[in-house]
Ligand binder design. Sequence first.
Ligand SMILES: [Zn+2]
Length: 556
Amino acid sequence: MTDEPGIGARVNDDEARYRLPRSVLPRRYDLVLEPDLDAVTFTGSEAVTLEVVEPVDEIVLNSADLEVGPGRLEGSGGTLEVSTIRLDPETERVHLLLSGTAEPGEWTLHLGFAGKLSDQLQGFYRSTYSDDEGRTHTIATTQFESTDARRAFPCWDEPDLKAVFGVTLVTADGLLAISNGPEIGREDAGGGRVRVRFADTMPMSTYLVAFVVGSLDATEPVDVDGVPLRIVHRPGKADLTPFAAEVGAFCLRYFADYYGIPYPDKKMDMVGLPDFAQGAMENLGCITYRESLLLVDLDKATQPEVATVADVIAHELAHMWFGDLVTMRWWNGIWLNEAFATLMELLAVDAYRPDWERWSQFLRSRAVAFEVDALESTRSIEYPVRSPDDAAGMFDILTYTKGAAVLRMLEQYLGAERFREGIRRYLDEHRFGNTETHDLWDAIEKATGEPVRRIMDGWIWQGGYPLVSARLRDGMVELGQRRYLISGKQDDTVWDVPLLVRTSAGTEPVLIEPGGVSIPVTDDGPVVVNAGVHAFVRVEYDDELLARLTADLRSL
Ligand SMILES: [Zn+2]
């Protein structure tokens, strides 16, 4: 089943004051934006196709730092004027009072707006750079995640209110203009300006919309199985782009194959920006990067610098499916969005350059997460999020590293292929839709028959991790657990621990349930608990098992 955006969306009481009313739902935006790079301002107009679900005499949407108006609402039965426009800076909303009641059905909202290009690296913002001759150039670009699309155009700025975006940019001739879709039309707009039209996007969330205008160059497109891939860069930096193009092409193919779904849109531009607050942003088809995380001089860069560029490119491209095609319903899902992209980044980069031993490197960063998560002050990976700001604390090591580690734990317990089957099922079932975290567990559970939701709920809703104990008794290895805390305090938190156990009979997946589990051993060979060290646990052996391991190590 495909989720219909918005329809039947569950809004918890907790969230309600942060969520727009569901009486009016956006289906598509035809957006025209005209930035003036010299005046550092922009004007715009939008025609938003709406589904009015119940009779309304007011339309409420998000807008911040914009002048809004005039507006009108057109439907098959006639036109309603927007008689009063009330901006509410506190809630970042605009209330459009209509001259009459809009009955249920399809309507088009026409709205004009204007704003200043921000200098805060968010919303629609201005960035400047100097070229080798010392001349200053200006770029107008966007960064919308989590809730800054509303600073560029009035919109229903919530991730589950997906819509199609048809973008038109009016710019000074001679500047590069790009957006999510490929350019499909260009005409003279008078006064040295051009009107550039871009193809419709797939239905997607507002935070993934992007436009970039400035003195930038694009490389000739590389054809990646029908998807044109370009690297957009400052003039004079073309020689730093081949690595990004190579990794980008590799990853697009890798993910299309892994996910079993072709790249979901029409083109891919990866844009290096001299002024970018985030590392990179997964705007559909128009990924923006801090320049140093995209462009690389292979003659001068160190291997870790080159590997970091590959990591970031892989991470952002992984999001085109996981995040962009299938999107969290609300911001509590941000951890899964990021943790999963981190897992995919590692898988893809490991496939690209096995000799970099990316997983060994991951274990080193995971060691830091082990320390943080052994503190009593740690948090659970997921937690309830009411306002979008509540999710700001999720962009940390517990999300990216522990989050990716528990996904890796599940993947290795199930086996890479069975895990991938679950991911394919999830993406296929929810494409163009929005999900809760448990939708992923349920899809993997259906694909594998394993109790994935029960296992993973314990790992994401409880902070910390267990110390697994292994004891030999009467030909059985008894595996138990207790929470590991640096303070040494006792705590009765327990988990379902999925891990691999290696004996002389082979390596088997074992689920340590809260009450423990026993496995038979038939000889006096070594028993390795958490073989491959994929599970997010520490292991404590009794003397006999430790002696066997030590003897085994000596024999190597
Ligand atoms: Zn990410």
